[in-house]
Design a protein around this ligand. Structure first.
Ligand SMILES: Cc1cc2nc3c(=O)[nH]c(=O)nc-3n(C[C@H](O)[C@H](O)[C@H](O)COP(=O)(O)OP(=O)(O)OC[C@H]3O[C@@H](n4cnc5c(N)ncnc54)[C@H](O)[C@@H]3O)c2cc1C
Length: 192
């Protein structure tokens, strides 16, 4: 067998966010500083930060966690049925905007975002690569903002805009870490 040609290629991959929205013990997201709860909203599964696993997740516990929190949230909703609220959502803004005629940039930008996050903000990090990612994400953010202002929002633009924002938050957070903890690993923070 030639060196470097693995018959079964194996590589590390991120498969859990280990973060997301801080939630209480029934899955209601809250503001970290004030503890204020977002009304009528539940976050369960991969999107939630329950704090159950600390800085790392114990293997195979995420599905269990999602099921437990889903059951707790359901019990809470059944015993506290929501009252009718007025529709407080603003109208979807589309007046005076053009249909998105070119779809290709959205596809390219999404691919670039995926590549940047995988290569520069992956499992083993370095400050230089995180900064490189931050610069690229800034540019992608500007591009999608331009599309966002000029076109009628489509699902793909909304998703891309949200994905870039999440990428920026993850990168920002990784840049502010001062120590390696759980699965957050930055080569530059290894103490000799
Ligand atoms: C490779 C891998 C291995 C894993 N192994 C394990 C394991 O052994 N044990 C374990 O406990 N956990 C494991 N996990 C983690 C576990 O699978 C996830 O934590 C769990 O599936 C999260 O559930 P979820 O419902 O929050 O999200 P998901 O399962 O990601 O479901 C989200 C759903 O929302 C849909 N969606 C996304 N955007 C939109 C939209 N705009 N509109 C409508 N729908 C949308 C998606 O298509 C998807 O169906 C693994 C994960 C991976 C990736």
């Amino acid at each position: 067998m030639k060196l470097g040609h693995d018959p079964l290629p194996i590589s590390p991959a991120a498969h859990y966010a280990v973060g997301g929205l801080p939630v209480d013990d029934i899955g209601r997201p809250f503001v970290k500083d004030s503890g204020e709860i977002f009304p009528r909203l539940f976050a369960i599964g991969e999107v939630a930060c329950t704090g159950m696993h600390g800085a790392n997740r114990l293997a195979s516990n995420s599905l269990l966690e999602a099921v437990v929190y889903a059951a707790r949230a359901a019990e809470h909703i059944i015993s506290n049925p929501p009252t009718k609220h007025q529709n407080e959502l603003p109208d979807w803004r589309a007046d005076g905007l053009d249909n998105l005629s070119e779809h290709t940039p959205v596809v390219h930008d999404k691919n670039e975002l995926r590549q940047t996050m995988t290569q520069e903000v992956g499992i083993v990090r370095r400050f230089s690569r995180l900064n490189r990612a931050a610069r690229r994400l800034e540019l992608l953010g500007q591009e999608v903002d331009r599309l966002w202002r000029e076109s009628i929002p489509t699902r793909s633009i909304v998703e891309l805009r949200n994905l870039i924002l999440v990428g920026q938050l993850v990168t920002e957070d990784a840049l502010t870490r001062k120590e390696n903890c759980g699965l957050h690993f930055n080569q530059d923070l290894v103490k000799e």
